[in-house]
Design a protein around this ligand. Structure first.
Ligand code: NAD
Length: 297
């Protein structure tokens, strides 16, 4: 069992760190939010006063932070971790950030002889809690093999997408598709309900038909259709609209850079952006359902 530092204990990082504790690792944690830190301590982790304190003597450091600027500041900032870590430390960043940011951090890591892996995840808070996340990794093969047994404590599908940043490219493509399919699912449900259909019955029909998709299977956006999902608890918890907007921004920037057309993604980006601007930024992204029901709720 390893000594693991875990930094960033939010909706995803909290349950991921708890699963490492359950697997028998010694987990030392840090988060800027006191409540998140206390929650992790209740799950059996040891609290540290800073990211540097958590990482001292750790064989592996894992970060699960909101966006690229947080990752840069934790690794490269004034008290940045990369300047403090021992050369044999394994560093895994599971945040969703730009591939360019990964390459910047990975370059500094490799100059210091530190093994770095980008390992963004898919599977949502439910997957983080159940330990069934999909990890989409970027880095060299040796670092990937080294990280695999640790990632297996938090996920069940572990992919090696390619070199540094490749994990993020695959993750960004996935979330672009997720935004399109979630908004399309909400649109179809709203149309059916306008016609007097029961949203649960319509969901079941589409699930077993050619419109079936991940949102209908495990993350139904219509309140009350599915138990245990954000839609059935006022869209609290889950994957924030703000974070989906961040990911759609990453996809858009990447598409511009690579001259790749993303007309469906651009439309989804506009919808989520409008929804966020209406004060829904901290709600789960399936709350985009409300945009299709304006004037009716
Ligand atoms: P979150 O906002 O719930 O949690 C982020 C945590 O990081 C917060 O507790 C915050 O206090 C902490 N933090 C921020 N800056 C910090 C710093 N400098 N030092 C220590 N802690 C710091 O976000 P989340 O939903 O857990 O998402 C984390 C990442 O995972 C994001 O990049 C997101 O895009 C990605 N992601 C989220 C989901 C999901 O369903 N929520 C799914 C897949 C991927």
């Amino acid at each position: 069992m390893a000594k693991i530092a875990f930094v960033g204990l939010g909706n995803m990082g909290g349950p991921m760190a708890a699963n490492l504790v359950k697997a028998g690792h010694e987990v030392v944690v840090f988060d800027l939010a006191k409540a998140a830190l206390e929650h992790a301590v209740e799950a059996g982790a040891v609290a540290a006063g800073s990211a540097g304190e958590a990482a001292a003597g750790a064989e592996c450091v894992i970060t699960m932070l909101p966006a690229g600027q947080h990752v840069e500041s934790v690794y490269l900032g004034a008290d940045g971790l990369l300047a403090q870590l021992a050369t044999d430390t394994l560093v895994i960043d599971s945040s969703t950030i730009a591939p360019d940011t990964v390459q910047k951090v990975a370059k500094v890591a490799s100059e210091q002889g530190i093994a770095f892996l980008d390992a963004p995840v898919s599977g949502g808070v439910g997957g983080a809690q159940a330990g069934t996340l999909t990890f989409i990794c970027g880095g060299d093969a040796a670092t990937f093999e080294r990280a695999k047994p640790i990632l297996a404590n938090m996920g069940k599908n572990i992919f090696h997408a390619g070199g540094h940043g490749a994990g993020q490219v695959a993750k960004i493509c996935n979330n672009l598709l997720l935004a399109i399919l979630m908004s399309g699912t909400c649109e179809a449900l709203a149309l059916g309900v306008k016609n007097g259909l029961d949203p649960a019955v319509l969901s079941e029909i589409m699930k077993q038909s050619s419109g079936g998709n991940w949102a209908l299977n495990v993350y139904n956006p219509w309140p009350g259709v599915m138990e245990g999902v954000p839609a059935s608890r006022g869209y609290e918890g889950g994957f924030q609209v703000n974070l989906m907007n961040k990911d759609l921004g990453l996809a858009y920037d990447n598409a511009v850079k690579n001259q790749a057309p993303i007309p469906m993604g651009a439309l989804a980006r506009n919808l989520f952006s409008l929804h966020g601007l209406k004060g829904n930024g901290t709600l789960d992204f399936s709350s985009i359902q409300r945009l299709f029901l304006e004037g009716e709720q």
